[in-house]
Ligand binder design. Structure first.
Ligand code: TNX
Length: 636
């Protein structure tokens, strides 16, 4: 492969309708002419070609362009490719097109992005909005636990932490202690003793305590943890370990009675747009456990990749797990010409599920249907494509062929085959089926769908989505599993009302969905989407379709809203890490931390007593510990 250089210039045209002109300047820095060349790049926004430039192809974020004016392109020659967009599509460094490469008769050439003029294109107004608000420092509440516990009674004195704790626990509770010691390694080392009286740490059962709750009694001579469940003991230990670290080995005496506000305290990770290693996932699971999050929602499939091994359909990962030049799936989000991707084998999945379980975390898999299914469709066209379907649509992520057809027998065969394996692999009582963002126009010109509509007396194509989801819900029920989905799964109201709905589009959507009678997980993008940029400065990475989200914006989320009638339907709060821009573990951690801790506090701590300065203070004590554990959090 040879390297060319490209310089990118971005110019905002000062028109009232805010149209933007995008100029790409391409220079042939090689000794030979480039014959019949085509430039490839990724940009997840719609553009039109300007004078002389041709758009040859577009799939999702992937564009293939050329310019006949300069084809062939002589050695040293430079040309300008011009594009227009209706809206200001490039406002941040992370919006800049990427994944450039060039194909010509001479082969594949990598293309370097030499420069861009984004800063110059920004208006003063945009620049003025770019400062991050300071985080307050106050003298503190005791004890310094994050998430804040439900009830605390401080007494006097301290318990000096030993290097190795003598611990007493019954056989069943021993297992929790063993899991916990493995998890924290050297941070809280214990050795078992046979008599409670000899122990510095005593774990015992109190069946009267709520599930997941615990009582932590810190006396000058010993520490007691009581709980009614393994999870309760685990969280008591998590609190003890955190206190030992934050109070540097001298824990103030008192009693903490603690129980979570919500039973579902989640983090979703998208492993389709970018692939994340099992090691990166384990690091996240460790951090989740430290802040008492208990559901890992694993987004395993999307248009840009199928990431879970299904033995019945090896094509899903042979074909659907890879992108690049010559692959069935083109580059997306900057992955480029090289083969990019990966998937989790069934052994990997079992390993992650067990690792999570030892940290009291349930792994909820998501197979996103019927939209967001392009990787599966490309892998299994014989089952999932109807040749006569002339429907035209454009999904939010700019695909025209990414939706399963609810009228094809192959769709049901595929789903049941996949779910048979998924339900066995994942002990979770919930399976998430996505159901988000099915585009307008789908199924309208599908002969199979037209027949199905009239057979069932349905009015509109979107009724077919409800039909398909209801079928899947019933199928899951037969396997003892509960259906979970994004907000749009409830549209049309065809599901039985035990489906758990993740309300994401706005802060009010949790209440709207609750009012329909569904249990709801509060996922409002504006407060829980950790893929959003932290602030407006142009170098800050992230999306901003739902605004920006700094730490305080995440913290100030009120998941139940003001309407107490629907509040009880809200069963949880969840943070989302969509991965369009999360191309490395470093970037993932930068986006997730410390904002995830704000979501964790909203998920665990009571609404009463919520206060930003107190949170900020306790958070500041966690930051050096995050750094010690090698977590690359966002500073500032
Ligand atoms: C919306 S939230 C999506 C995702 C994107 C995300 C980016 C949801 C159910 N769908 O497909 O990745 O926005 O923030």
């Amino acid at each position: 492969m040879t390297t060319l250089s490209i310089s990118l210039q971005i110019t905002l045209i000062p028109l009232p309708d805010a149209r933007m002109q995008l100029l790409l300047q391409l220079q042939n820095t090689q000794e030979e002419a480039l014959e019949n060349w085509r430039l490839h790049f990724d940009l997840p926004k719609l553009i039109e070609a300007g004078g002389g430039t041709q758009i040859l192809d577009q799939t999702g974020s992937h564009w293939v362009v050329a310019c006949d004016r300069a084809n062939p392109l002589a050695p040293g020659e430079s040309i300008e490719l011009e594009f227009f967009a209706e809206t200001p599509i490039i406002q941040r460094v992370s919006d800049i097109p990427n994944g450039f490469y060039l194909l010509s008769e001479n082969g594949l050439h990598s293309v370097e992005l030499a420069s861009h003029n984004l800063r110059a294109a920004l208006t003063d107004q945009q620049a003025a909005n770019s400062a991050t608000p300071p985080r307050p420092m106050v003298t503190s509440e005791l004890p310094h636990l994050l998430p804040r516990p439900e009830q605390v009674r401080m007494t006097s004195g301290h318990f000096p932490c030993p290097d190795i704790w003598s611990a007493y626990a019954s056989d069943i509770i021993q297992a929790v202690l063993a899991d916990f010691s493995r998890f924290t390694g050297n941070e809280l080392r214990t050795k078992s003793v046979n008599e409670p009286a000899e122990a510095q740490l005593v774990l015992s059962a109190d069946p009267a305590l709520p599930d997941e709750g615990y009582r932590l009694r810190i006396q000058a001579t010993a520490v007691h943890i009581e709980a009614s469940s393994a999870a309760g003991h685990f969280y008591g230990l998590v609190s003890l370990q955190q206190l030992a670290e934050v109070h540097t080995g001298k824990i103030p005496c008192g009693t903490i009675e603690d129980t979570p506000r919500f039973s579902h305290r989640g983090l979703m990770l998208d492993c389709a747009r970018h692939f994340h290693s099992t090691a990166a996932i384990k690091t996240l699971l460790d951090e989740m456990a430290r802040f008492k999050l208990n559901r890992f929602h694993w987004h395993l499939t999307d248009d840009e990749g199928w990431r879970v091994e299904i033995k019945r359909y090896p094509q899903l990962t042979d074909v659907g797990a890879w992108r690049g030049e010559g692959e069935a799936l083109a580059s997306q989000f900057g992955s480029g010409a090289e083969r990019y991707g990966g998937y989790y084998s069934q052994d990997d999945v079992r390993e992650i599920v067990a690792y999570a379980a030892a940290r009291q975390i349930t792994v909820i898999p998501e197979i996103d249907i019927p939209g967001h299914s392009r990787a599966a469709i490309k892998a299994l066209p014989h089952l999932l494509q109807e040749s006569g379907d002339q429907s035209r649509y454009l999904s939010v992520q700019l695909y025209r062929d990414n939706v399963l057809n609810p009228a094809l027998p192959g769709t049901y065969e595929f789903l049941e085959g996949v779910l048979d394996e998924v339900c066995t692999l994942f002990p979770s009582p919930w399976i998430h089926l996505g159901a988000d963002e099915v585009p307008e126009g789908v199924w309208v010109d599908s002969p199979a769908c037209q027949t199905m509509l009239s057979q069932h007396g349905y009015e509109k194509p979107l009724d077919l989505q409800g039909h398909l989801l209801r079928h899947v819900q019933d199928y899951l029920r037969g396997k003892g599993k509960q259906f979970m989905g994004w907000e749009e799964a409830a549209h049309g109201d065809k599901l039985a009302h035990d489906a758990v709905i993740c309300a994401w589009t706005s802060a009010d959507s949790a209440q709207r969905t609750a009012a329909m009678g569904y249990p709801v997980i509060a996922c409002a993008a504006q407060h829980t989407y950790l893929d959003l940029a932290w602030d407006k400065s142009i170098n800050e990475p992230g999306l901003y379709w739902a605004g920006t989200a700094d730490l305080q914006t995440c913290y100030e989320y009120e998941p139940e809203g003001k309407d107490s009638a629907t509040a009880q339907a809200v069963v949880g709060v969840q943070a989302q890490l969509w991965s369009e821009l999360l191309s490395s573990e470093q970037r993932l951690q930068y986006m997730a931390f410390p904002r995830l801790l704000a979501v964790a506090e909203n998920a665990w701590s009571p609404a009463e007593g919520k206060n930003w300065p107190g949170f900020a203070d306790r958070l500041n004590r966690q930051l050096p510990l995050l750094a010690q554990r090698g977590i690359g959090y966002r500073k500032g």
